[in-house]
Design a protein around this ligand. Structure first.
Ligand SMILES: Nc1nc2c(ncn2[C@@H]2O[C@H](COP(=O)(O)OP(=O)(O)OP(=O)(O)O)[C@@H](O)[C@H]2O)c(=O)[nH]1
Ligand SMILES: [Mg+2]
Length: 300
C-alpha cells in the first residue's frame, strides 16, 4: 500500500524579533515575509507553502507575541498570533532567542501552548556567541513548561539546522487525503499584499524611532499592463503631521528614496517591471482606531 499523503499547518510563534520571518523564508527557500532588525515587523498571519514528495507543509508566520499591549494594533497582533497557534495549527514551532528569554514570555507561551498542538522548540541565532550554560537553562525551563516534541538548535539567518527542523515538521504532519493547496503555490495572498509589505519593509529599513510602527501601507491601485511595467499606487498612513514631514523629507527626498528602493524590491518579488507611486496621508492615531485597523486589514 502506498504511504498516505501528509499535509497540515505549522505556526511559527515567538516573541518579537526572534527571527520567525527569517525562518519561514529559510524554510521556503524564498523571501516571502518581511524582516527587520526592529521588533513588531510582522502584522499578519502569513501563509507560506512548501511542497515535498508525499507531503505539503503550510507554514504560518505570525506577529511576535507581546506580553503587554498598549494600543489596538498591538492587541490585534497579539490576538492574531494566539489564534494562529491555538486554532489553525497542527503543530507549532516555538522560536526562542536564547539571549532574550524572559519569565513573562515563558509564562505566556506555556499557558498558550500547553493544551495546544505538538510544539517544536527551536533555539535560534546559534551563530551568535552565547554562553552555553544559558542555553541549557532556557531549554530546561521551556521543556518543563511546554513538553516539546523536539528541541532543535538553528540559525535561520545562516540556514543552519533548518533541514533538520523541516524533517521534524514533516514527521508531525497529519494524514490528508490530498494537498490543502494547489501544489506549486507559494501563498494564499495576492501580489498586492506583498507589494504593501515590501514598502513597509523599506520604511523599517530607512526610518527610525516610531515611524515604522506608526506607518500602515494600503495599495490603492495595482494594474498589470501587457508589455509595460505594472502600475502600482500606494498610500502610506501615519498618525501625525510631524511623521508625514519625516516620511516626505526635505524637498520630498526621503519619499523618493523610499519609492525607489520599494520599487526595486517589488520588481524583484514579482519578477517583472513596475512603476510605483507613493502618497502620504495622516490618519490621526490610527493604531487606537478600530475602524482604521479594519480598513488596513489588521483586524484578526
Ligand atoms: N544573527 C542572527 N540573526 C538573526 C537570525 N534570525 C533572524 N535574525 C535577525 O533578527 C532580526 C529579526 O528577524 P525577523 O525575522 O524580522 O524576526 P521576527 O521574529 O519575524 O520579528 P517580528 O515580526 O517583529 O515578530 C533581523 O535583523 C534578522 O536578520 C539568526 O539565526 N542569526
Ligand atoms: Mg516577523
Amino acid at each position: 500500500m502506498e504511504a498516505a499523503f501528509k499535509a497540515g499547518f505549522v505556526a511559527i510563534v515567538g516573541r518579537p524579533n526572534a527571527g520567525k520571518s527569517t525562518l519561514i523564508n529559510a524554510l521556503l527557500k524564498q523571501k516571502l515575509s518581511i524582516v527587520s532588525s526592529k521588533p513588531q515587523t510582522t502584522r499578519h498571519k502569513i501563509l507560506g507553502i512548501v511542497d515535498g514528495d508525499g507531503w505539503q507543509l503550510c507554514l504560518l508566520d505570525t506577529p511576535g507575541l507581546l506580553t503587554e499591549t498598549h494600543d489596538d494594533l498591538q492587541k490585534a497582533l497579539r490576538t492574531t498570533a494566539k489564534r494562529t497557534a491555538h486554532d489553525d495549527a497542527d503543530a507549532v514551532i516555538l522560536l526562542v532567542e536564547p539571549a532574550h528569554p524572559d519569565e513573562k514570555t515563558l509564562l505566556e507561551f506555556s499557558s498558550l501552548l500547553r493544551s495546544g498542538p505538538p510544539v517544536i522548540l527551536a533555539l535560534n541565532k546559534i551563530d551568535l556567541p552565547a554562553s552555553p550554560g544559558k542555553h541549557d537553562a532556557i531549554v530546561k525551563a521551556f521543556e518543563d513548561a511546554i513538553k516539546p516534541a523536539a528541541v532543535v538548535r538553528i540559525s535561520a539567518l545562516k540556514k543552519t539546522g533548518v533541514d533538520e527542523l523541516l524533517s521534524r515538521l514533516v514527521a508531525l504532519l497529519p494524514d490528508s487525503p490530498e494537498p490543502l493547496y494547489e501544489q506549486g503555490r507559494l501563498s494564499d495572498r495576492w501580489e498586492r499584499f506583498f507589494a504593501a509589505e515590501l514598502i513597509r519593509e523599506q520604511v523599517f529599513e530607512l526610518f527610525g524611532e516610531e515611524i515604522p510602527h506608526a506607518t500602515a501601507v494600503v495599495i490603492e491601485d495595482f494594474r498589470e499592463k501587457p508589455g509595460k511595467p505594472d502600475d502600482i499606487s500606494a498610500l502610506l498612513y501615519v498618525e501625525r503631521d510631524g511623521q508625514k514631514g519625516i516620511l516626505v523629507g526635505n524637498k520630498g527626498k526621503a519619499l523618493a528614496e523610499l519609492r525607489d528602493r520599494s520599487r526595486q524590491a517589488i520588481e524583484e518579488f514579482l519578477g517583472r517591471r513596475a512603476d510605483l507611486q507613493l502618497w502620504v496621508k495622516v490618519r490621526k492615531n490610527w493604531r487606537k482606531d478600530p475602524a482604521a485597523l479594519k480598513e488596513f486589514g489588521y483586524q484578526p
